[in-house]
Design a binder for this molecule. Structure first.
Ligand code: NI
Length: 189
């Protein structure tokens, strides 16, 4: 059982906000090294994030509404940041459906959202390893006719500081001014 308590959750549960900053005495171990491929086809690892604040969101491109809504809200958030702050942030959208979300598919999909958002895919093993490290739940869910599938997945946006330490989740449905202030505290911290 992870800190999201995801055994019984429906698809797209947003984890409850955690205390901020996380207390060192009961720090969650969330995050860590990964090795994937970005939507431009380049190798991309945690080392490409050194010194940057990270926003990490997991989903899949054929998600009917929650993922595109989250990415649209994230795009609006990023649009409102001043360029100096924006440059300190690396937003990541990591697919939990790498079999369908190839680099080509990701490249096409990411073109609809903020240009600073980096789409990540990779081998099933690499994606699975990252979801485990980030305590993200995902599972294939066959459609009723059994001919296709969708993905159930947890949908929180994870906020990490420049050192790669997990700080909190970010609720994109909150007042945008509140979300921006939360982000700015991490950027300036
Ligand atoms: Ni989704």
């Amino acid at each position: 059982m992870g800190f999201l308590g995801y055994e019984t959750i429906p698809s797209h549960r947003t984890p409850a906000s955690s205390p901020e900053p996380v207390q060192t005495s009961n720090k969650f171990t969330v995050g860590g090294p990964f090795s994937l491929i970005d939507h431009r086809g380049q190798a991309f690892t945690d080392r490409d994030l050194e010194g940057k604040v990270r926003l990490v969101f997991f989903g899949f491109t054929s998600c009917p509404d929650v993922c595109p809504t989250a990415l649209t809200l994230m795009t609006e958030l990023l649009d409102e940041l001043d360029p100096a702050d924006l440059d300190q942030i690396r937003p990541l959208f990591v697919t939990v459906d790498p079999e369908r979300d190839t680099v080509e598919v990701m490249k096409d999909y990411m073109s609809a959202f903020h240009p600073s958002i980096i789409g990540l895919t990779g081998s099933l093993a690499a994606v699975d390893a990252m979801t485990k490290a980030y305590k993200v739940y995902y599972a294939k869910q066959p459609t009723e006719d059994g001919k296709d599938y969708t993905m159930n997945h947890s949908s929180g946006v994870y906020l990490f500081d420049r050192q790669g330490e997990f700080r909190s989740t970010l609720d994109l449905h909150e007042d945008p001014a509140v979300v921006r202030a939360k982000l700015k505290r991490i950027v300036e911290g």
